[in-house]
Design a protein around this ligand. Structure first.
Ligand code: AMP
Ligand code: ZN
Length: 466
């Protein structure tokens, strides 16, 4: 890709420290990103995809600034329990019961669905997508290091991390251990402190789990947090540059990842910790019990193109809560249809407009300010006098960051099938004789062929049904 912003500074909001900081890579010219990926016991929701789209735009921003990016996104296929406090059923075993399949089959099925949905949203494929179950040995070795350094204890159901032994536990969420314990509603059971967490859980006595492994401590499975510390280190080395996830991960999952890596390696796991706010539905929480967790398949069923959902997500800053309504994503769908129509008629790209690109990248580099970056994009799209080949080049360059797949449509006028042409010319005749009924019928025929007509001052204009 063409690099437009190599001399610009990048500022990112770091949850660790709670302020916007100038970004400096650990190795010049390179960036390592670890993004917490999906738990593959069900389809990823549009809420989950807000998180993955945020990580994708972050990666594209670095690429547009000329960095060689390595992005790792894990696939959680074991150990993520229903409760956040190491209690409850393993989500994979729960999914298996629900579907009458093995946990392994459920994981394979939803991993495949996740990859397909990501593609529909034009999310760049991570360079490495490691599965937790493929890295059991690495996780055991990591726990051994934590144990050797004296941070563990064993109780009836597993090996636990003793958070009171770590001087800086709680630095990410900014809460002291006492505050966390005081505010915790979690039953602590045999744990020494409410914030202690499982590194390795034993298989229940007399029960064979579908997913279990031998370990130095007994047969069982890894705690949820250890996979990210172990696989992050394996593929990026520690510390690495940026760790991403949703805000729900701050207080438990990421706090515990930091603790594990500090205890095992005496080193911060990552320099920048970035978290997206939640996508809400109709102003409230998305939840299975309210039957309002939508998927990419639901978008398609509602005739919302997945890329329209991508445009919708870009319309809000990742650090503000965003509200999903069918009206709002419907408006994004219309908007993207209009963008596509407008760019089809542009000529082949020449050189991008440097000034517009600089303005655009300034917003993108300012903690991924996509709403303002989009405003610059629309300014170019609707510019009355910009050379049209410059316009197409500029919009395409911006789209390297936005990811709306405009390369498929820029300077590619619609090919209109003969059958549609014929209906349109018949409709012209009907309109000239003011036969509005016939005109409407002919438009319906055109719609059936997946095209539509705009009646403009210059006459009928055929467009795709988007
Ligand atoms: P999970 O599949 O539960 O491990 O979650 C995958 C990612 O989605 C995590 O980074 C979560 O923090 C994030 N996430 C979950 N729900 C939402 C939501 N409603 N809006 C935005 N991100 C979410
Ligand atoms: Zn994680």
């Amino acid at each position: 890709m063409v690099v437009y912003a190599s001399s610009m500074s990048i500022h990112l909001f770091n949850t660790l420290g709670r302020k916007k900081q100038a970004f400096a890579p650990l190795v010049p010219g390179k960036v390592g990103i670890y993004s917490c990926g999906p738990t593959v016991y069900d389809f990823a929701s549009v809420g989950n995809f807000r998180s993955f789209l945020f990580a994708d735009v972050l990666r594209r921003m670095f690429e547009a600034n000329g960095f060689a990016v390595t992005q790792v996104m894990n696939i959680t296929d074991v150990g993520h329990l229903v409760g956040d406090a190491d209690e409850g059923e393993d989500k994979l075993e729960k999914g298996a019961k629900r579907e009458g399949k093995s946990a392994w089959d459920v994981a394979a099925e939803y991993t495949k669905a996740f990859v397909e949905d990501s593609k529909k949203l034009n999310i760049e494929v991570p360079h490495v997508s490691p599965k937790a179950t493929d890295h059991i040995a690495e996780q055991i070795a990591f726990i051994e290091s934590i144990e050797k350094n004296g941070y563990t204890y064993i109780i009836g159901d597993g090996v636990y991390f003793d958070t009171s032994k770590l001087e800086h536990y709680g630095q990410l969420s900014g809460q002291s251990l006492d505050e966390k314990e005081g505010g915790s509603r979690v039953a602590i059971g045999d744990k020494k402190h409410a914030t202690d967490f499982a590194l390795w859980k034993f298989s229940p006595a007399g029960e064979t789990r579908q997913m279990e492994w031998e370990s130095p401590w007994g047969k069982g499975f890894p705690g949820w947090h250890i996979e990210c510390s172990a696989m992050g280190e394996k593929y990026l080395g520690v510390p690495f540059d940026v760790h991403t996830g949703g805000i729900d991960h701050i207080a438990v999952h990421h706090e515990n990842e930091i603790a594990q890596t500090l205890a095992a390696r005496n080193c911060l796991e990552a320099n920048f910790w970035m978290h997206n706010e939640f996508l809400q539905i109709d102003g409230g929480k998305m939840s299975k019990s309210l039957n309002n967790t939508y998927t990419v398949a639901d978008l398609i069923e509602h005739k919302i193109h997945p890329l329209s959902f991508r445009l919708f997500i870009l319309g809000a800053n990742y650090r503000t809560p965003q509200n999903f309504t069918w009206d709002a994503v419907g408006a994004s769908h219309t908007a993207l249809g209009n963008i596509r129509n407008a760019v089809r008629d542009l000529p082949k790209p020449s050189d991008a407009d440097a000034e517009s690109m600089a303005q655009f990248m300034e917003h993108v580099n300012d903690d991924l300010d996509t709403p303002n970056a989009l405003a610059i994009f629309y300014g170019v799209l609707n510019h009355p006098s910009m050379e049209r080949s410059v316009k197409s080049a500029t919009l395409l360059a911006m789209d390297e960051v936005l990811g709306l797949a405009l390369e498929d449509v820029v300077a590619r006028p619609l090919t209109i099938p003969g059958a549609v042409e014929k209906l349109v010319s018949n409709r012209e005749v009907a309109r000239l004789s003011k036969d509005w009924k016939k005109s409407d019928e002919l438009r319906d025929e055109v719609l059936k062929l997946s095209f539509d007509i705009d009646d403009t001052l210059e006459g009928q204009k055929v467009k795709e049904v988007w």
